[in-house]
Design a protein around this ligand. Sequence first.
Ligand code: G3P
Ligand code: CA
Length: 255
Amino acid sequence: STSTLAYDPSDRVQTVAHRGASGYAPENTMAAFHKGVEMKSDYIEIDVQETKDGELVVIHDVTLDRTTNGTGYVKDHTLEEIRQLDAGSYFGEKFIGEKVPTFEEVLDEFRGKTGILIELKATYYYPEIEEKVAAAIKERNMHLPAHDKIIIQSFEFGSMQQIDKLLPRVPVGVLTSNPTDLSEAKLDEFATYAEFVNPSRTLVNSSIVDEVHERHMGIMAWTVRNKQEVKPLLDAGVDGIITDYPDYTPKHKSK
Ligand code: G3P
Ligand code: CA
């Protein structure tokens, strides 16, 4: 990639609100994203998938069952059907009426207010999702450096190689929970197209952080759900902490 952004060279560790501030509001809803901003997150993290009629929506699971009052696969429902569902009541009565957001709605609402860490989920189900995501970003002129703070990440490495070609100035991240993806050979390969390697926090230690930094990439760890999980990540020197509880992270790296 020709992107110049690798990891934040300043002393600041980035706080990323995982699926929004999902410890406090229903994940991947506007309520959770607003809460993330309110809690001074540097980024909100969103999961992007595609409806039966080819629209981009923000939801984590490939099925509707866990987080909405619908059932079955996202890919088997139209946007109109999905927009009728309730995505808040699973979390609490207070959130009844929250909808599954569209990708474009989230971009329009939050660009300029916070960074957006965009995860492309289950891309094997959605053959053109990379082009659709790139088009939505380009339509808004968000693909140029210094315009908007966005990163695109996925567990699907082929999709990220595609995104790197479609949006060469936008930083790309690879996600993994697999220790074999952190070998020197794999990191060398990621460095040919990615700006971030974002592993499960259970794989993170200072030597992994150094290996990633040596290759001019950044590293963000997920998912912090307990306060005691924060310090080891700060000590290891990560660039970002992806958490359901954005208030658990300090605003600056500890030395
Ligand atoms: O941002 C990383 C993290 O979200 C990856 O796992 O399952 O929560 O999407 P998951
Ligand atoms: Ca995610």
